[in-house]
Ligand binder design. Structure first.
Ligand code: ADP
Length: 400
């Protein structure tokens, strides 16, 4: 049985999913929150539904113990469904990790070396890997990097016009993120369209709380909107996206903001949250429907930036076969899609208002019959993509 355990470790949380790769069904999933705090939360969704309990989880190793207890008590038993490998999401692989990699001590050291490039993420990812290797010492562990899919970007797309020695010394370039999602969604779109991925030019819009656009040519990322970190690009739940860096000098000189203040302002207090007070698109849309002017302006800023990237990537790709919407907002908000695609008919992108208004769980076409470019909604599944890449890296067949 080719069963893969997928783990996504954050600094204070850990998500997991047990997937039977023969038919890609989810056997169980779970979430452990507030690791290291006085009172943690353990949630396990197994064959008998959801089980939740509050208990102290001191560190990531304890989180794995809690997860194993969840499987023992609520099923399915890991003796009956033993994983053949563990797949780990890692945010930053820089130019060191071009593909999923089987973990050994030197891989751990390299991920540690990349912590300065992703201080909020790589350290936590590494804690998860270490905890998992202690919990499952006999299994292969594979790291799947958010950045690997974008290592195909040219220097023209990924280098900033920054003093070269400084950029090289501090490894400053655009690395992108959401790679597993962009890869999964573009492959699904090709399958849905019944065309070889190698022949397609696709603009993928992963629009969730975090958001990024990606230009995919022949299954390869040629450009993406996130940069050195996931701050660049689109307007997000709490992040500014693109902004003139001189705003930072201005706030520092005029208002005495420190580096940490600026980091918090741009990453946590901006985006939809900064513009309206809520980072949740559902709230912002509800307020806009009631005529709230701030909420309406926020939705227009949000849509304007997405439209900007659709146009840019249409140009970089030299045309497009499909525009694909995914993630929380992309999959669920007809309003966000319609607002962003307004006025793009001249490019051959024309939504069908009725198709766009549907709630979908499967890949679906939402463009009008006379739209030259297909517009699709394709639900993302990053965990499944990580599980697929994990098996590939270990060489274990999915139907073993
Ligand atoms: P994350 O980046 O945290 O993975 P998600 O992809 O889950 O985020 O997306 C979360 C966002 O999706 C939130 O802003 C949420 O409001 C939005 N969202 C979810 N459902 C809807 C809906 N029905 N309409 C509008 N927005 C939605």
């Amino acid at each position: 049985m080719s069963i893969v355990l997928v783990v996504n470790s954050g600094s204070s949380s850990m998500k997991y999913r047990l997937i039977d790769m023969r038919d890609e069904t989810v056997l169980a999933s779970g979430l452990i929150e507030r690791i290291g705090e006085y009172r943690g939360l353990v949630r396990h969704d197994g064959p008998n539904g959801r089980h939740e309990l509050a208990r102290r989880i001191v560190d990531h190793e304890a989180a794995f113990e809690a997860m194993i207890r969840g499987f023992n008590e609520h099923g399915p038993s890991l003796d009956d469904y033993p994983p053949v490998a563990v797949g780990h999401r890692v945010v930053q692989g820089a130019r060191r990790f071009l593909a999923p990699t089987v973990v050994d001590d030197s891989v751990e050291r390299d991920i540690e070396d990349l912590i300065p490039l992703a201080p909020l993420h790589n350290g936590a990812n590494l804690e998860g890997i270490r905890g998992a290797r202690r919990a499952f010492p006999d299994l292969p562990h594979v790291t799947v990097f958010d950045t690997s899919f974008h290592t195909s970007m040219s220097d023209a797309a990924s280098l900033y016009a920054l003093d070269r020695p400084t950029a090289e010394r501090y490894r400053i370039r655009r690395y992108g993120a959401h790679g597993s999602s962009h890869k999964f969604v573009s492959a699904e779109a090709a399958r849905f369209l019944g065309k070889p991925l190698e022949d397609l030019k696709i603009i993928v819009l992963h629009i969730g709380n975090g958001a990024s656009a990606c230009a995919v040519r022949g299954g390869v990322s040629i450009e993406t909107s996130m940069g050195l970190t996931p701050l660049e690009g689109l307007v997000m739940g709490t992040r500014t996206g693109d902004i003139d860096p001189a705003v930072l000098f201005h706030l520092h000189r005029q208002a005495g903001y420190s580096v940490d203040d600026l980091d918090e302002l741009l990453n946590k207090k901006s985006g939809l949250a900064g513009l309206t007070g809520s980072n949740d698109m559902r709230d912002v849309e509800a307020r806009a429907r009631k005529g709230d002017a701030l909420a309406l302006t926020a939705l227009e800023i949000y849509a304007h930036r997405i439209r900007h990237y659709i146009g840019a990537y249409h140009a970089q790709l030299g045309g497009a076969d499909a525009v694909v919407w995914t993630a929380g907002v992309g999959e669920n908000s007809p309003d966000a899609r319609a607002r962003a695609m307004r006025g793009l008919e001249f490019l051959g992108m024309k939504l069908d208002p009725e198709l766009n208004d549907q709630r979908v769980k499967e890949p679906t076409r939402i463009s009008a019959a006379d739209s030259a470019i297909d517009i699709l909604v394709v639900p993302t599944n990053e965990e499944l993509e990580i599980a697929r890449q994990t098996l590939q890296a270990t060489g274990i067949p999915a139907d073993a």
